[in-house]
Design a protein around this ligand. Sequence first.
Ligand SMILES: Cc1cc2nc3c(=O)[nH]c(=O)nc-3n(C[C@H](O)[C@H](O)[C@H](O)COP(=O)(O)OP(=O)(O)OC[C@H]3O[C@@H](n4cnc5c(N)ncnc54)[C@H](O)[C@@H]3O)c2cc1C
Ligand code: FES
Length: 362
Amino acid sequence: MLWGLFGGKRERQAHINSEHVLTVAPGQDLLSAGLEAGLPWPHDCRQGNCSTCQCRLISGKIRARTDFETVLAPDQLSEGIILACQSELRSDVEIEVALEADRPAVPVVHCTGTIRAANALTHDIVELVVTVPGLEHKGLAGQYAELSYEGLAVPRSYSFAKAPSNEDPDELSFYIRKVPNGEFTEWLFAEDRVDTSLKVSLPYGGFRYHQGESTMICIAGGSGMSAIKAVLEQAALDQVERNALFLFGARTQQDLYGQEAMEAVRMAWHPEYSFEYVEVLNMEPEDSDWSGPRGLVTDHLKAAYVETHALDIGSAQGYLCGPPPMIDAAIVVLEAEGMSTEQIFFDKFLDASSIPGGRAGG
Ligand SMILES: Cc1cc2nc3c(=O)[nH]c(=O)nc-3n(C[C@H](O)[C@H](O)[C@H](O)COP(=O)(O)OP(=O)(O)OC[C@H]3O[C@@H](n4cnc5c(N)ncnc54)[C@H](O)[C@@H]3O)c2cc1C
Ligand code: FES
């Protein structure tokens, strides 16, 4: 048995589905140990908010970092369901979890990178390019990395803004929006950070392309362009045989960016299928020169595609990325128009303000 000493406390073992044995360090959560070992453990937020990482504790003791009751139902709690991303081990445990059969098992790696560039895309969004020597990027388009600088207590999550095969081999690109009073983003925007060292861990997250023949309806807002762009770039590289519609919601023309990248996706899309990119503004001054659609992306989706019967939403797949309220609103519309919950994939950009009780440690 692998009992060892680690920081003065004992490592513990987690027996997963009676098949895999994980060694979990003191202070480490069960999900992190699983991902570092390369298990395709379902997860999204890693902050105790989405419940995607849920699993069943068959035997043993854990310490819950957050209150599971906020995301798990009473019957789940009584069945021993726990959140792996918020569970530290107090003893060896036996766990049952539905691992993802269709996701490649890529172990999470921890590296050191250097900021190569921070290119302004809008007044509050930068493209951050990080060089990681020797990086072998095996993540999927749609997944994310965790970034932190020296002294930041809790790393922050940022989605890959490029399909991995479109990146230079030792680089990672992100689109990062400045959040007022946000610790990481205020630091990033405060001064020229080129050549600053960052800790980088990757890949994380379950958001990615899903096979299908139906139209992909993609909706993003703000820096949520990043993960959708990466997924669409990958779909274009793979020459998927299906149509795609991407609705990008922003406040004003000042908040628009990425048009060249979207044109590149359109040019690279399978020639027998359509790729349409539409920008929708909801706070553009009435008297401006904007001739494109106005209002919320979801209203535009209904007016321009549902009511005109230009699109059968019930048979399409949804890909949503960006601020949680926008995603919640889009899910309501897509489901009301007949899209099944299983065909809606999303990546919520949760931050400390959208997590009950803020962010532990940060
Ligand atoms: C899977 C995932 C992918 C993401 N990808 C991206 C991406 O590609 N691009 C991007 O721009 N962002 C992305 N995010 C969001 C990103 O991880 C950060 O949360 C965001 O950049 C804010 O970080 P910050 O340190 O600047 O702000 P934080 O310090 O985390 O604060 C955020 C806001 O919460 C407020 N706040 C702080 N503490 C509390 C508290 N206790 N209670 C209430 N409010 C509080 C702050 O004042 C601030 O307004 C993603 C998030 C997730 C979960
Ligand atoms: S609650 Fe654990 S990954 Fe979201």
